[in-house]
Design a protein around this ligand. Structure first.
Ligand SMILES: Cc1cc2nc3c(=O)[nH]c(=O)nc-3n(C[C@H](O)[C@H](O)[C@H](O)COP(=O)(O)O)c2cc1C
Ligand SMILES: Nc1ncnc2c1ncn2[C@@H]1O[C@H](COP(=O)(O)OP(=O)(O)OP(=O)(O)O)[C@@H](O)[C@H]1O
Length: 310
């Protein structure tokens, strides 16, 4: 999959094109429906599939203090899109100028002399200045052309009368409902990070841990203990982890740690992926070290049970 960043680069692509339009944070199951449709349509129209999205969220310009946390890091998003056989992702740099582009202009740039076979979007897609462009606007505007407009019905969250959305998934993660996040994303919630040195106390407690700084741009589950999976050097391991600042000890900082089962290699400096499968309990300030150790043994048992059941 190739990445492009401007309408000029888009114009260089002479193949027939099928676009999928949206923000696509998280590539949740609703997004996957739209993307699969675009890939399928591209195949039958002998065209290339192009995801049209933004480098950053529009709120980075409109309300920087309200920018939502991300559900997927860009490198991970690109791996997912490649695995879905997408040909290109166009990530438009987010600028005040881009936000002023009207729906009419935006459609014109995307479609005029661009050799477009089809445009795919979900029923709730909006675009252009003030979000005035929507599926019926696109249908109407492209009516006189031979560009197919494929509007996908919204995939609902099964427990709610709402469509799956990045917003609902962010809420689930922030409330520790990791099972909901997994169901709606179609994969466990995860982030990538570099293993840093901790206090090297874990091994003396019988629970050595990988320590990661929390990626500031990402949605972070609440402080507490989790059943985790961790990918190290391409291999997945089970584990039990903690997000928090270890209130039992002094001079700590907010981080994520995972005790990886059946693993004893030194991986400082390596990039790993941590998945959050289920929330187990909140963090506790223990008065005695032995109470923390006993509790971690209980947590380990619980995590093992959860991870063998999923
Ligand atoms: C499963 C698990 C549960 C934990 N629960 C707590 C807790 O409730 N309270 C706390 O202060 N620290 C908790 N921790 C963090 C430990 O205090 C920490 O892993 C230990 O002090 C080692 O730190 P280090 O990696 O910096 O050496 C937990 C860690 C794990 C792996
Ligand atoms: N549940 C869904 N089912 C089908 N298509 C969807 C669903 N949710 C979004 N889409 C479509 O996928 C594309 C990308 O969606 P987008 O990221 O803009 O919205 P979202 O997931 O609802 O996020 P937010 O919660 O931020 O509004 C759009 O074309 C949108 O209409």
């Amino acid at each position: 999959m190739k990445q492009i960043h401007s309408f000029d680069e888009l114009r260089q692509i002479k193949d027939r094109k099928v676009y999928a339009l949206g923000t696509f944070d998280g590539i949740h199951r609703g997004h996957q429906r739209v993307i699969y449709k675009a890939v399928q349509e591209a195949k039958s129209a002998q065209a290339v599939s192009i995801i049209v999205t933004f480098e950053r969220h529009p709120l980075t310009i409109l309300h920087p203090d309200r920018v939502p946390k991300l559900l997927v890091q860009q490198a991970v998003m690109d791996d997912i899109l490649s695995a879905m056989n997408v040909d290109y992702v166009l990530r438009l740099p987010m600028t005040a100028g881009l936000l002023r582009v009207t729906a009419e202009e935006f459609l014109k740039i995307l479609c005029k002399n661009m050799n477009v076979a089809a445009i795919v979007m979900g029923e709730n897609f909006t675009f252009g200045a003030q979000g005035l462009g929507n599926p019926s606007y696109i249908r109407q505007t492209l009516e006189p052309t031979d560009i197919r407009v494929l509007v996908q019905p919204l995939l609902p969250c099964d427990s709610l009368e709402k469509p799956i959305s990045s917003t609902e998934i962010r809420k689930a993660i922030q409330e520790g409902r990791m099972e909901d996040a997994t169901k709606w994303l179609g994969r466990p919630y995860q982030f990538k990070g570099i293993v840093i040195k901790g206090d090297q106390r874990g091994r003396t407690l019988g629970f050595p841990t990988l320590n990661l700084l929390l990626p500031d741009e990402m949605a972070i589950p609440p402080d507490g203990v989790y059943a985790n999976r961790v990918r190290i050097d391409g291999k997945w391991y089970n584990g039990v982890g903690n997000i928090g600042d270890n209130p039992t000890f002094k001079n700590q900082y907010h981080r994520c740690e995972v005790h990886v089962f059946d693993f004893d290699r030194d991986v400082y400096g390596q990039s790993v992926i941590v998945q959050f499968i289920a929330y187990i309990r909140s963090e506790i300030k223990f008065s005695h070290l032995q109470d923390l150790i006993d509790q971690m043994k209980v947590d380990e048992e619980k995590a093992l049970r959860i991870l063998t059941d999923v």
